[in-house]
Design a protein around this ligand. Structure first.
Ligand code: FAD
Length: 287
């Protein structure tokens, strides 16, 4: 039994995030990526969950595979919008029986087309925390948004809801960001509200320009001018990745120096950028 709350209490954690593959070929490729990353001895890996339960089985398959076939601690993401309480109870009981000890409790997003909305007993992550907490088994993580959640009306409201989640959860993982100041400000704003639970910064190395910049726009992540200028006009993928790894390495070093309780890497199911950042930070040799 390995609870992320206990890992964080023992020292910094270094973790990797994956999404559940859609095809057999992608599944094989993810198996290879996890094998390439396992020698880095991640503290835990997490597996995303499709909004409204669209990857319910596939997320479970990857999480339980990691639990059974590797020495790595897994965490299952779980979104609650579009689920009934009975469905969530079933999912949690199944995870508990499968030896999964960690849940990232998320609100999730409604479908773009309201006609596709499924019956839902939940609106926000905080509703799900009630149920995960009641199971009395899981270490609970929540999402934090350094530049505010896009649906938050203002920063103060955003921080109030986050603080309420963190009063009951063990830790948070942030949305990705490109300036250390966003993270430091978030931590300060939580401290002012009396919250000092660990907040793991989410790191997204820029390995391509189109998709990652589109994701940033959707999440409300600002892309600073200096980063746009460094990437401008560069077509060579290897060069883009080199810049992305350099920028992420510098930010990770700043974050650790500033006292971040670890790093959480958005891997996009690839290993190279994460391995290079690890090597640059000297983490591969010291862990
Ligand atoms: P919530 O806590 O549900 O909040 C959403 C909005 O509602 C915020 O503006 C908040 O301020 C507001 N709010 C919260 N509580 C209340 C309340 N009681 N009353 C009024 N307003 C309230 N999405 C996926 O689909 N699958 C994933 O696996 C996934 N993993 C993620 C991992 C991380 C680390 C992060 C940062 C995000 C992830 N997401 C994932 C995205 C997430 O689902 C979206 O951000 C979603 O829009 C909201 O869920 P939440 O848990 O972030 O926010």
């Amino acid at each position: 039994m390995t609870r992320i709350a206990d890992l964080l209490a023992a020292g910094p954690t270094y973790s990797f995030e994956f999404f559940p593959p859609k095809t057999d070929a992608a599944q094989l490729s993810l198996g290879r990526v996890i094998a390439e990353l396992e020698p880095l001895a991640p503290s835990f890996v997490s597996v995303t969950y499709g909004a409204g339960g669209s990857t319910r089985q596939r997320t479970r398959d990857v999480v339980t595979w990691v639990r059974q076939e590797t020495a790595i601690t897994p965490m299952a993401h779980l979104t609650c919008q579009g689920h009934t309480r009975a469905e969530i109870a079933e999912i949690l009981a199944d995870y508990q029986a499968s030896g999964i000890d960690n849940i990232l409790a998320l609100g999730g997003d409604p479908p773009a087309d309201p006609a596709q909305a499924r019956p839902s007993d939940y609106a926000y992550a905080s509703d799900l925390i009630d149920d995960v907490d009641a199971a009395n088994h899981f270490s609970i993580g929540v999402a934090a948004h350094p530049e505010m959640h896009p649906r938050s009306p203002d920063r103060d409201t955003d921080r109030a809801h986050l603080a309420a989640k963190l009063r009951r959860a063990d830790f948070a993982i942030t949305q990705f960001f490109f300036e250390t100041e966003h993270y430091l400000r978030l931590v300060d704003e939580l401290l002012v509200r009396g919250i000092d639970k660990p907040v793991l910064p989410g790191i997204m190395p820029v390995t391509n320009t189109g998709p990652i910049l589109r994701m940033a726009a959707m999440n409300g992540t600002a892309v600073p001018d200096w980063l746009r200028e460094r990437l401008e006009g560069i077509e060579d993928q290897a060069e883009i990745r080199r810049i992305g790894v350099d920028v992420a390495t510098a930010m990770c070093a700043e974050l650790l120096e500033a006292g971040a309780p670890g790093l959480h890497f958005y891997t996009l199911n690839r290993s190279t950028a994460t391995r290079e950042i690890y090597a640059n930070l000297g983490l591969a040799t010291t862990r």
